[in-house]
Design a protein around this ligand. Structure first.
Ligand code: OW7
Length: 403
């Protein structure tokens, strides 16, 4: 990065492109440079204001009055640009419109509502791990475990029809690319947008959803008048957009972390109840959702500087999660740390509504693996999957040693 001091205001400025392939491949150097440059940095290429330190990212996340989501949480400013799809009633909305959809989804995905899924998911993870291990102990963890497990349990929990489930990951991948600039990654997804969006819309309808499941629960809330029948399918759409790729990449992160930190796997083996901490530590360490934007609702003062009304603010969740001002030895994946307070699930009124679902998926898979696998190592070169928002893996070749 070239961080040169802006002449009149003293605001550091950078012409770096956070969405450049080289940066997406390894975002850590840019994150460190932006943190060092100051509490806020102007990114000249996109004319946006960037925050990469924990304190400022956290403050912006909890200040929904001055840093709104309703103008979009990507680079596109909905005040001036038409969104590529009808805005999310949760992610891309502010109070008061945000509140009823949020209340409903929070309740549908609450720890209490997940209790009936727990035993089934733990059994499903054991079956998957048994199947995988009986086929061999060397494999690519992404297709075989980290995408296979969410795809095995989540669509059923929503109540989706079987047909078309292969559309879930490509749809999510495009949605998360669309939060970034209109670059080659967005162009690559564009040809399938109409087809994928058509499928998603079709399965958000009440008639398409199973009589029990997260989808049916959302529709039931509309029967009780908690949301309108017009809102229900868009809230189901949030589940399908935010609930698959994110968990796949979170599971990839935690398995990669263990494959590269064998001592931590031994600790998990000794104390399987660490599975929950392990997942949150991996979400902190890898930050599957790297960035989100907000929009200034007025001229907002940040330190000695002012973000002009209507400007886009880019929050580097991944950089905040490795800010040495907040975390001891931030680059180490360490089960003895308390990762709570990380902003990998966001913070404040928009904090991830599906985090308990993600934690349960991870707990089920890690527990099943810990029961049978003595050690995990990389068996070849890994490959990243580039996305404008997500930090993810295309391939994690593993070799497991079983008892
Ligand atoms: C939605 C992880 C952020 C998201 C992401 C993408 C879409 C939505 C939510 O949460 O449609 O509400």
């Amino acid at each position: 990065m070239t961080a040169t001091l802006g002449s009149s205001t003293g605001l550091p400025t950078s012409d770096a492109d956070p969405f450049d392939h080289a940066v997406l491949e390894d975002p850590l150097p840019l994150q460190a440079a932006l943190r060092e440059a100051g509490p806020m940095v102007h990114l000249s290429r996109y004319d946006v204001y960037a925050m990469a330190r924990y304190a400022e990212v956290h403050a912006a996340l909890v200040d929904w009055q001055e840093f709104q989501s309703g103008a979009g949480v990507g680079l596109s400013n909905f005040r001036f640009e038409k969104p590529w799809r009808p805005p999310s009633l949760l992610l891309e909305a502010d109070p008061p419109k945000h509140d009823a959809p949020r209340r409903v989804l929070t309740s549908v995905l609450s720890p209490r509502a997940l209790r009936r899924l727990r035993d089934r998911w733990i059994a499903d993870a054991e079956v998957l791990v048994d199947e995988v291990l009986s086929a061999g102990t060397e494999f690519d963890a992404v297709p075989v475990l980290t995408s296979a497990f969410p795809l095995r349990v989540f669509p059923d929990a929503v109540g989706l029809p079987q047909e078309g489930r292969e559309n879930l990951l490509p749809y999510g991948d495009h949605a998360f690319n669309a939060f970034g600039p209109d670059n080659d990654l967005v162009a690559r997804g564009a040809p399938r947008v109409a087809e994928l969006s058509g499928w998603v819309a079709s399965v958000c309808r009440r008639e398409a959803l199973a009589p029990e499941g997260f989808g049916a629960s959302i529709w039931a809330a509309s029967d009780r008048g908690e949301i309108t029948p017009e809102q229900a399918p868009l809230i189901v759409r949030s589940l399908l957009t935010a609930g698959v790729d994110t968990t796949v990449h979170g599971l990839s992160a935690v398995l990669y972390a263990f494959a590269t930190h064998p001592g931590q796997w031994e600790r998990l083996r000794e104390q399987p109840s660490l599975a929950r901490v392990a997942f949150d530590e991996a979400v902190r360490w890898e930050s599957p959702v790297q960035t989100f934007f907000r929009t200034a609702t007025t001229d907002v003062r940040v330190g000695d500087h002012v973000v002009p009304d209507g400007s886009k603010i880019l929050m580097f969740l991944g950089a905040a999660n490795r800010d040495p001002r907040r975390w001891d030895d931030p680059d180490s994946f360490d089960l003895s740390r308390d990762p709570s307070g990380h902003v990998g699930f966001g913070m404040g009124i928009h904090q991830c509504a599906g985090q308990h679902v993600a934690r349960l998926e991870s707990e089920a898979l890690l527990t099943a693996l810990a029961r049978r696998v003595r050690s995990i190592e990389l068996a070849g070169p890994t490959a990243r999957h580039l996305n404008n928002t997500l930090r993810s893996w295309e391939s994690i070749p593993l070799r497991l040693h079983v008892d």
